[in-house]
Design a protein around this ligand. Structure first.
Ligand code: SF4
Ligand code: SF4
Length: 179
């Protein structure tokens, strides 16, 4: 981390509420010790909170953490300071997409395809996400036995299951320009 403690970010009126909440972090590390994917992260969740405090977004954006994060919410549940760490990861995923600094191409592609089916149908259509992901990532042969098994057990729907209020979901997406 390049900044000193004296440069700790003060609350800014233009900061995202999740980032403002991160200023409360006192580095107890409960988030990182409970994270099931910390083994694969360049920078651990508690270190991300510290970088937010030090106003070092570039160091966060080049790390893989926010793309490895599965939004399981374990960290958020464990945090004694009520910081939505999973929400902070979401903020940086969005910032990565917005400014083109995507550190992990495949999770970013999966994330985009996942959101595009939610935008269209109101909920995810797994088969469409998997099919497009395989096509665009070139990983045709991976996971075929597992995929076939899921199809045979009815775990993957051939057709999307659309919700009634999907226009409301689309309105939410309209507030964001890029999905
Ligand atoms: S659990 Fe909360 S307070 Fe503790 S290090 Fe993580 S974000 Fe900070
Ligand atoms: S939400 Fe992300 S950072 Fe938090 S515990 Fe789950 S995988 Fe780890």
């Amino acid at each position: 981390m390049s900044s000193s403690t004296g440069e700790v970010q003060r609350e800014r009126s233009d900061a995202h509420p999740f980032l403002t909440a991160a200023l409360r972090c006192y580095q107890c590390k409960k988030c990182s010790s409970g994270c099931p994917l910390s083994f694969a992260m360049d920078v651990l969740p508690h270190q991300i909170m510290r970088l937010v405090q030090l106003d070092s977004p570039q160091e966060i954006l080049v790390a893989n953490t926010h793309w490895i994060c599965s939004s399981c919410q374990t960290c958020t549940t464990r945090c004694p300071n009520d910081i939505d760490i999973a929400g902070v990861m979401d903020v940086f995923r969005q910032q990565s997409v917005d400014n083109g600094t995507v550190s992990e191409k495949e999770p970013a592609l999966f994330n985009r395809l996942f959101l595009s089916t939610v935008k269209r149908h109101g909920r995810v259509h797994e088969l469409a996400v998997i099919g497009k992901f395989k096509l665009l990532s070139g990983q045709w042969l991976n996971d075929i036995p597992m995929g076939l098994g899921m199809l045979l057990r009815g775990k993957l729907r051939i057709f999307p299951n659309r919700i009634r209020g999907r226009h409301e979901i689309r309105n939410l997406f309209k507030k964001r320009t890029r999905v």
